[in-house]
Design a protein around this ligand. Structure first.
Ligand SMILES: Nc1ncnc2c1ncn2[C@@H]1O[C@H](COP(=O)(O)OP(=O)(O)OP(=O)(O)O)[C@@H](O)[C@H]1O
Ligand SMILES: [Mg+2]
Length: 295
């Protein structure tokens, strides 16, 4: 042990030594933490990559096998009767459309991540957009006996939005609500004017809901709450992060309110055509997760 004698005061060496060793300790600790964080990051990235590859190969294989199987049957004339031929051709078309949607999703995500996706806003009628979205999700809702109510004020002002991209967002939100809500469930699409120069469009359901961690998963690219080989629902896990990025490209936002076992409400904020918004998009309360950017 070193005593606090004269030499310590004279040279200040103990203080310097102490400072030096403390500094070194802190540096080592920081390095160890950084190394650990990098390791955790790498492990997470690798896990996400493996999950993505597993999901993707499943997503690609299913429609591809359907296309090969049904076209084989048509080519070898194993199928007889006009009705069956029409039915099998429809299956092939459905599978091909699914593949196209998948590839479009992947392209959208890579464009968003490269900062290359842009929207082309114009004054549009929300009622028209909603009508065409409901037409697309109607069949699936009927199949599951899910009622879909749509409430749009009669005097809803025009929005300033890219019609195709807004449709893409709403179809995903309605599609999710119908897909994840069990039979006989209720889905509701509601639009209203927000004071800050934005319209709010929200889709709510009384489906399974999500806890905070699950919302976090849902908002990350390729993130699905029910993932893996045994998952019950189709999809790539790209819809919500793309919807968030698209809402933000419009100058708006997307928020999720969800309660496990109760239901989910996803709201988007899109600028009104009349009032070019100067204020930031509204931010909600009771958020399970702050909306965030794609990383
Ligand atoms: N309304 C909802 N109720 C319960 N879970 C939901 C709801 N919406 C989304 N989720 C969860 O969030 C995940 C991500 O949703 P997202 O729309 O990004 O992907 P997806 O619907 O699985 O696939 P995709 O939209 O790419 O076809 C879903 O897989 C599901 O687990
Ligand atoms: Mg989806």
């Amino acid at each position: 042990m070193r005593g606090f004698g004269k030499s310590w005061f004279r040279e200040g060496s103990l203080l310097a030594e102490f400072g030096e060793s403390m500094g070194q300790g802190v540096r080592q600790q920081k390095q160890a933490l950084a190394l650990n964080a990098a390791k955790v990051d790498a492990e997470l990235a690798s896990k996400a990559k493996s999950e993505f590859i597993a999901n993707m190969s499943h997503e690609l294989r299913t429609p591809l096998n359907a296309i090969i199987g049904f076209s084989d049957m048509l080519a070898t004339k194993t199928v007889t009767g006009e009705e069956k031929v029409i039915q099998y051709s429809a299956y092939i078309k459905q599978a091909a459309e699914h593949l196209l949607a998948l590839i479009n999703g992947i392209l959208d995500v890579s464009k968003i991540q490269a900062g290359k996706l842009s929207v082309d806003p114009e004054p549009i009628s929300l009622a028209h957009v909603i009508e065409s979205c409901l037409l697309i999700t109607d069949a699936k809702a009927k199949e599951k006996n899910i009622t879909v109510d749509s409430i749009v004020p009669e005097k809803m002002p025009m929005l300033l939005a890219d019609p195709l991209r807004l449709k893409q967002i709403i179809i995903n939100l309605l599609g999710n609500a119908v897909k994840f809500t069990p039979e006989w469930g209720k889905v509701r699409l509601e639009a209203s004017v927000h004071t800050a120069g934005f319209a709010t469009i929200s889709v709510s359901d009384n489906g399974p809901g999500m806890d905070a961690d699950e919302v976090d998963t849902a908002m990350s690219p390729f993130g699905q709450v029910d993932s893996g080989f045994n998952k019950k629902h189709e999809g790539t896990g790209l819809g919500l992060p793309i919807a968030l990025a698209l809402a933000r490209l419009h100058g708006g936002d997307l928020q999720i309110h969800s309660t496990k076992g109760v239901g989910t409400r996803v709201s988007i904020f899109i600028p009104l055509a009349a009032a070019a918004p100067s204020a930031p998009p509204p931010s909600g309360t009771h958020l399970h997760q702050e909306p965030r950017r794609l990383s």
